[in-house]
Design a binder for this molecule. Structure first.
Ligand code: SF4
Length: 440
């Protein structure tokens, strides 16, 4: 008898991708074979996204595609769109199970139960009342050198443009014990870098004992495991504590890289966005971090075209981003999300204007990368070898998050010294150095 086949499709963010990997591992444990989404499977799992209207539409398209590929298959819709709009998903004929953003550790059992009853079922809890961190056993594995380790779920910040607090519920944290256990497994499997992730990572520990926060978790991981690199995926400016900065400064295994979402460089817009800081606060924290850790790479997220953003506001944003000298920038065009306060704000910015602003911001992002990377030309840096480069050679990152491409004799998972030689648009070309007595 052959094993049942399951196929996955993931929409949206890295957290969703991590969760799909974890679900895949669960099915494998239960002797399912994981096949490609285009193949004929017995079960299709669509992990949906609702961060924009496009996310909703794409989620519906993918659900229909799965139903067409095998009308006899069990169709399971999970994730943020399933959580926020189960009614819309129920309307798609052929959907069998709807599981929101909780209860997913039980997904295999829920499917087995469905097979017995054959009645479409919706498992969508009132997410605003969910209190526990749901542990999924295996986190996302990137090229078997770097692994995402999810330690936090949910967000209570309610930025006015964001649907996530409604889809993911309040902040919940993975316990220190469970995180250490998972980290131990990943290290034993050969991973060299762990990337701590969460929906609102800086809120880690708020629901745990009083002395537990993100800095405490990082300190514990560095002390109690042999992980060679520990990285944070993203952290809000107001949540960068002195302890965290000191830890990063004092421990070479803690990557000198912070992704600190700014979203806008104008105080009025930040206020309308319900971001809990001003540009002055943001500048203060960046200066403090850079003073302590001069080689730190700081990347950020910027949103353009938020309702009411005038040309003047946007100029402020450009000036502030320039001043912050980010080494990388993710630029988002504001898109109204039904159910969020900002979708009802007047003065929505036109699409062509958003496009223009996005291009200008992206240019600044490129410039910021070039300025940062240039500081390292002719210097020797440590690179974690992550993948082979299609044109021959290797690709990896420095601890301060420069992407480096180089040639030479090495293998995946090694941390090797590379002399940086020249710049491309978003990476640096270097050469492998044999000796290991070098300085940054
Ligand atoms: S901090 Fe703001 S943008 Fe980030 S998930 Fe929470 S509400 Fe959304």
């Amino acid at each position: 008898m052959t094993n049942p086949k399951v196929a996955f499709y993931t929409l949206g963010c890295k957290v969703n991708q991590n969760e799909t990997e974890a679900l895949g591992a669960l099915f494998k444990e239960h002797t399912y074979d994981v096949v490609d989404f285009v193949d004929k499977a017995d079960i299709y799992i669509i992990n949906t996204c609702t961060v924009t209207h496009l996310g909703d539409r794409k989620s519906r398209q993918v659900i229909r595609r799965a139903i067409n590929t095998n009308p006899d298959a069990i169709i399971v819709v999970t994730g943020c769109y399933a959580q926020t709009s189960p009614g819309e998903v129920q309307k798609i004929p052929g959907v069998d199970l709807i599981i929101g953003t909780s209860d997913r550790a039980k997904i295999v059992e829920l499917i087995e139960e469905y097979k017995r009853g054959k009645e479409p079922v919706t498992y969508v809890n009132d997410i605003l009342k969910v209190k526990d961190f749901e542990e999924l056993p295996v986190d996302r594995l990137i090229n078997r050198t770097r692994a995402y380790l999810k330690v936090q779920e949910g967000c209570e910040q309610f930025c006015t443009y964001c649907i996530i607090p409604y889809a993911r519920g309040p902040s919940r944290s993975r316990s220190i014990e469970s995180t250490l256990k998972e980290a131990g497994k990943l290290i034993a499997a050969g991973f060299k870098e762990l990337i701590l992730t969460g929906i609102h990572l800086g809120a880690y520990g708020k629901d745990l004992a009083e002395n537990i926060d993100l800095a405490y978790l990082c300190k514990t991981l560095l002390e109690k495991t042999s992980i060679q690199r520990l990285r944070l995926s993203s952290i809000e400016p107001t949540e960068i504590t002195d302890e965290l900065i000191e830890l990063m400064k004092g421990n070479p295994r803690f990557c000198r890289h912070l992704h600190i979402p700014l979203q806008n460089g104008n105080d009025e817009i930040l206020k309308y966005m319900h971001r809990p800081y001003t540009t002055r606060d943001y500048r203060f924290i960046i200066e403090k971090v850079r003073k302590k850790i001069p080689d730190i790479g700081i990347t950020s997220d910027i949103m353009v075209g938020f309702p009411g953003e005038t040309q003047e506001h946007f100029s402020d944003s450009l000036d502030f981003v320039k001043e912050m000298e980010f080494s990388g920038l993710h630029v988002f065009k504001y898109s109204p999300r039904k159910g969020t306060p900002a979708s009802k704000f007047s003065n929505q910015v036109s699409s062509p204007e958003k496009e223009k602003r996005s291009k200008a911001m992206l240019e600044l992002g490129k410039q910021g990368f070039t300025n940062f990377a240039q500081r390292y030309l002719d210097k020797i840096v440590d690179v974690l070898v992550e993948t082979s480069w299609p044109q021959g050679g290797w690709e990896g990152h420095t601890d301060n998050y420069l992407k480096v491409v180089f040639k030479g004799e090495t293998e995946k998972g090694e941390i090797v010294p590379v002399r940086l030689q020249s710049l491309e648009e978003n990476y640096v070309i270097g050469e492998l150095i044999k000796r290991r007595n070098y300085n940054y």
